[in-house]
Design a binder for this molecule. Structure first.
Ligand code: TXA
Ligand code: MG
Length: 317
């Protein structure tokens, strides 16, 4: 059995495996990560193999504290210091020009590296015991829903991971916010648990590259980068009326419908339970999944981002 409880002994085993170039799945406060020694190119290659991940998609490097992050980059700007002081350990990933110690395979061949200090006891214990930076994407096959429990990891990656440290369900539930500080202006690369508003308090203006489909146009499946997706086809709606019409239409065709219901919860509550709910619906034997999107407001940016990537959206018109 790959899933093991968190004990001092298993932390040491996991750290030894990292040191030997192997893979360990471990909990963070966002989602479970699939970790390898970030300074060992061969070890990192195992991550890409296990996930079936395209080699040009760079990985996040996890470190135990801000000082360890600083050691990996030639320059540590004031803005990074300020963000680290406010949000680390926590669900914020900072992208900066990379130093020579980071192998190219970690950064997808690019000139920048993504760094984060996770706010999870087990992740921090593993980082301290392994005593190396740990490159870790979410511990799922490429394109699938990110895991928020050890069982999700096992279901997606199976025997590809020798050790899955079971730290229980994760708290934040969706992946970290990614902010790029390598350019002239800060850019939000991925919305997440740390909101744009909170980042702006420290950074001022932040560029937000648009990933949403142009409103009023129904994109064909595949037009958006499909990601974080259940295996069962998921359709999302901005309009409750359109969703009801669609429910009736699919119902007449005898298709079993699963509804991803997000109503009456705060953004943080929805984020915390989103992937767990998607995993559960996916295992429920439905022919189709439907979801009413939360409103297009700043506080829902991260949830809408994940849902739009997981689904074929029908935008309001
Ligand atoms: O919460 C998280 O961030 C989780 C946990 C395990 O820490 N990790 C995670 O990793 O979500 P992954 O690989 O699934 O997502 C990493 C994201 C991708 O969108 C990737 O393109 C981006 O970070 N990224 C990594 N390095 C980058 C870089 N140098 N420049 C721009 N984007 C980068
Ligand atoms: Mg991922």
């Amino acid at each position: 059995m790959a899933i093991v409880p968190v004990t001092a002994e298993n932390i040491v085993r996991a750290a030894d495996l990292i040191g030997a170039g192997g893979l360990v799945a471990f909990p963070t406060e966002t989602v479970y990560g699939l970790g390898a020694n970030a300074l060992d190119a061969d070890a990192v290659a195992n991550i890409f193999d296990a996930k079936g991940r395209p080699s040009n998609n760079p990985l996040i490097v996890h470190v135990a504290d801000a000082e360890a992050a600083r050691d990996l980059v030639p320059q540590w700007p004031e803005s990074a210091s300020a963000l680290a002081a406010e949000f680390w350990p926590g669900p914020l990933t900072i992208v900066l020009p990379k130093g020579y110690r980071i192998p190219d395979i970690v950064t997808g061949g690019g000139p920048t590296v993504a760094l984060r200090v996770p706010a999870h006891r087990v992740a921090l214990q593993l980082l301290h015991a392994a005593d190396v930076p740990i490159a870790a994407p979410s511990a799922n096959r490429s394109g699938e829903i990110s895991p928020t429990t050890a069982r999700h990891v096992l279901r997606s990656l199976g025997e590809r991971v020798p050790i899955i440290l079971d730290g229980g369900p994760t708290i934040a539930g969706i992946e970290s916010t990614v902010i790029d500080l390598s350019g002239l202006y800060p850019r939000l690369l991925r919305p997440g648990p740390i909101s744009l508003a909170r980042l702006s308090e420290i950074l001022g203006e932040i560029r937000v590259p648009s990933t949403a489909p142009p409103s009023g146009i129904l994109p064909s499946p595949g037009m958006l980068s499909r990601h974080y997706a259940p295996r069962t086809f998921l359709e999302s709606f901005d309009s409750p009326d359109r969703m009801m019409d669609r429910e009736a239409e699919l119902g007449r065709q005898g298709i079993a419908l699963g509804i991803l219901d997000l109503a009456d919860r705060t953004p943080a509550q929805v984020e915390a339970g989103l992937y767990a709910a998607m995993h559960e619906l996916d295992a429920g034997g439905y022919g189709r999944l439907l979801c009413l999107l939360p409103p297009d407001l700043p506080e829902w940016l991260a949830v809408r981002d994940r849902l739009l990537r997981a689904s074929t959206p029908e935008t309001a018109d």
